[in-house]
Design a protein around this ligand. Sequence first.
Ligand SMILES: Cc1cc2nc3c(=O)[nH]c(=O)nc-3n(C[C@H](O)[C@H](O)[C@H](O)COP(=O)(O)OP(=O)(O)OC[C@H]3O[C@@H](n4cnc5c(N)ncnc54)[C@H](O)[C@@H]3O)c2cc1C
Length: 491
Amino acid sequence: MSKSICIIGAGVGGLTAGAYLAKAGFQVTILELATTVGGSAGAYVRKNRTFPTGATVAFGLEEGGVLRSLLEDLDISVPNELLDHPMDVVLPTGKISIYRDAGLWEQELKRFFPSNPKEVLAFWNELHRISLDVLRIVENRIALPVQLHDLQKLIKIAITSPGSSLRLARYSNWTVEDLMKKYKVDQLEPFRQFLNAQLIDAVQTDVSNAALLPSSLALTIYRNGSFSIDQGLVTLCRALANRITVLGGNVHLSSPVMTVNFNKSLRNWEVNSTKVQDQYDIVINNAGVSFGSGTSFMEEEVFSWGAFRIDAILDGEIAKELNDGKFPFALQIVPTTEQYKLLRNVHGPIYVTFHHSRDRSGNVIEDEVMMTASVHTQPSQWFAFTKEQYKYEKELVRKDIIDIIHQTVPLKDLLRSVEAGTPLTYKKFVGKAEVGGFPLSVKNAIRSPKSVRSGNRQLYIVGEQAFPGPGTLSSALSGYYAAKAIIKGLH
Ligand SMILES: Cc1cc2nc3c(=O)[nH]c(=O)nc-3n(C[C@H](O)[C@H](O)[C@H](O)COP(=O)(O)OP(=O)(O)OC[C@H]3O[C@@H](n4cnc5c(N)ncnc54)[C@H](O)[C@@H]3O)c2cc1C
């Protein structure tokens, strides 16, 4: 009989693992707390509008791209749009536009950093070279820590591309700041601010701490392609869930797992959710929460952020401007020192996206625009507030964020509705207050990467907390790595 697999959580990581395993003939059961699939890449409905729960931009869907190749393995394709102008980063000193086209991007770098264009470009060119080396490893689907079955691929890369391998070895312990120093751009404050803003969203830490190898990819990935998916990333998650059920697996929604116990004599797992109680050969934890010692990386003392978010509906002329392509897909706003003094309880850049507004069935509402905004916050403080304090602080942050966005896009008169969410909201709907995984420092990303394997040969951990880290593409890869290990019986 084929082995039975229980996957806790229908996030991108769990769904990817489930689809690969169902395709390979395993009996797959997914137990999901929420009423929908997707977790931080899902969607929720409020007042007949469908809002994303978190992720809005996808990566790796270009021809030959990593996510695309995973989806092709699974016979899945999702309608998407390639973004030529994915983002404007609004710094206190001005606005820098991120373009997919390499020539336009080079011009933009020269325009925005006129005092040191040569140094900035030299830094960026080296970053780009490193990112290609890293991409080759990712495209070969080699996970860290390197397993025996991937050694052959690594050796082949070392023989065919010795320069690239040497570069990877040389830079393996470097932070982004180390490379900035090499190219004498570490004292260039607006450049540092720009890189910090991008890195805090992508790898959860700043230049002084961010590991150069994964960061090189995060900083240059817009040239490979970034994508908006029709109706949001939830479309991808639904397609994966659908694939699992077509292949004979089960996806149980509104079925939070309460207990997970390993039966040593039967050598299997007993998993109890509110709807399903059963035994399984293997458990994959994608929930990002612990079900007992060794079941999650959350037990380790690694700092992890939470998110404060705003979901708003705007109306009027702005809808026409969106349709006319006047906005980039996203804005990343770095508050000024004065704004920071006002902003309480949140940190880092404010990430804003504008989309078509859609009703609960996914139909576009023509005269409206949906705006989402998110910013980092420390979850514990929100849990410490009394009910009144919580309400007061939430309203204050909501107002401050709208004020800051208004200075870039005047929108106050266009607001039809505004809702705010805190780490408590995430805890309620996706079972965890910390979202975004761990900071990709040299330690977390290179020296002791968090393997999808655990201390128990019948337990795997996937999602943003496992290698290769935060983001939908990385979570999907972690699901693939776990499935591959199980399929090959290599654990
Ligand atoms: C505001 C925000 C914006 C983001 N923007 C982007 C972006 O634009 N692009 C991008 O690539 N990434 C983005 N990310 C990151 C990305 O969304 C996540 O890294 C990724 O979706 C995490 O996937 P995962 O596999 O770890 O699962 P998660 O999304 O963490 O899902 C875990 C699942 O487990 C379920 N669960 C929890 N507890 C239980 C339980 N007891 N029983 C059963 N199920 C349980 C949850 O309900 C959830 O569905 C963003 C994240 C946030 C928060």
